[in-house]
Write a protein that binds this ligand. Structure first.
Ligand code: ZN
Length: 343
């Protein structure tokens, strides 16, 4: 169950400190709840995929106090344990961007202008203007149990090499070379259109550390999906195919995430971007669009969910970027490339 006894708002200011106005907001709390449970599960402090109650509690500003907040705390409680994580108020930066867009529409802020925000919280049953409105109670989506197999993380590391900058705080992710080879072949075959697929694999736990880590075992191409140059959507057929593959393979695999290609050379051609300019183009590497974020949030919202992007540029061979959840937000992240011999 999810409990939130406060309603949240933002006070927005121009950069010079003059007030723009205020907005009430409904932040997306679930990635923060997901992160809290998984962060503590990795450390063996709470069961992986456990249930129980998650509550959001404001952290008051140390100097100004209530109703100003510096962030919030997520507390996850079950019959057996209680864990908590704190998040800074920049967790609300997306809803602040939405609110600022409203002020742009009203002509109070120029598009692209910097703005500042202060988050506030009020008791939901308090004497505010929304007094009497029902508590914001939602049920966090029921999670299917994900099997965890005991494995030796050091042994996996010995058989792999770091790809990209691997942050020691991120859950280790292992991707076999054959999966990348398949992604590359499918990207080439799609020729300038986005293509993609679902990544399946196993979740492991090394009880000696403790730590939880993910091993991608296969990619299921989204064959039934028609990609365009800019967008890819998964259809019901894609999900059915992935579901059947998991069932038939019968290896305790789960959905770990998805991959898709970025036909950057095509995007750049359309914009008449030179290969020289492409080298510094923000789309060429570690780019995750708003659509990509939406797919990730809707289809792969688990704290261990990952997204792999194949960057197809005109100035170098195919490169790969990985994205994952960190403190409830999506970040570029590194992974380990696993030698194929073992499979
Ligand atoms: Zn994309």
């Amino acid at each position: 169950m999810f409990v939130n006894e406060y309603r949240y708002g933002l006070l927005l200011f121009r950069r010079d400190g003059s007030a723009l106005g205020s907005a009430s907001v409904t932040p997306d709390w679930e990635p923060a709840v997901e992160w809290t449970r998984f962060y503590h599960a990795r450390r063996g402090e709470t069961p992986f995929c456990g249930d129980g109650t998650a509550s959001i509690q404001p952290l008051w500003d140390r100097k100004e106090g209530e109703p100003y907040i510096r962030g919030f705390r997520v507390v996850c409680e079950s019959a057996a344990d209680k864990v908590a994580s704190e998040f800074p108020s920049n967790y609300l930066s997306e809803v602040a961007a939405e609110a600022s867009a409203e002020f742009v529409k009203r002509g109070k802020l120029e598009p692209g202008d910097t703005y500042l925000f202060q988050a506030v919280a009020y008791p939901a049953n308090g004497a505010g203007k929304k007094a009497g409105s029902p508590l914001d109670l939602k049920v966090v989506e029921e999670q299917p149990a994900v099997p965890l197999e005991d494995a030796d993380l050091a042994e996996y590391r010995m058989r792999s090499a770091a790809a990209g900058a691997v942050d020691a705080d991120d859950m280790p992710v292992f991707v076999p070379q054959h999966a990348l080879d398949e992604v590359e072949a499918l990207t080439r075959r799609a020729e300038g259109c986005e293509t993609g697929g679902i990544l399946i694999g196993r979740m492991h736990r090394d009880p000696s550390l403790p730590e939880i880590f993910a091993e991608v075992s296969a990619q299921i191409p989204a064959e039934h999906t028609q990609g365009t140059v800019a967008k890819l959507t998964f259809t019901a057929e894609t999900w059915s195919a992935a579901n059947a593959a998991i069932r038939l393979r019968n290896q305790s695999e789960v959905y770990l995430g998805y991959w898709h290609s970025h036909p950057v050379r095509e995007w750049c051609r359309a914009r008449e971007c030179t290969p020289e300019k492409q080298k510094t183009c923000r789309l060429a590497r570690d780019f995750f669009s708003e659509d990509d974020v939406a797919v990730m949030r809707a289809a792969f919202p688990r704290a261990y969910s990952i997204a792999l992007v194949a960057n197809d540029t005109a100035f170098t061979g195919l490169s790969f970027s990985m994205f994952g959840w960190r403190e409830g937000k999506i970040h570029p992240r590194g992974f380990y490339l696993l030698e194929d011999s073992h499979a």
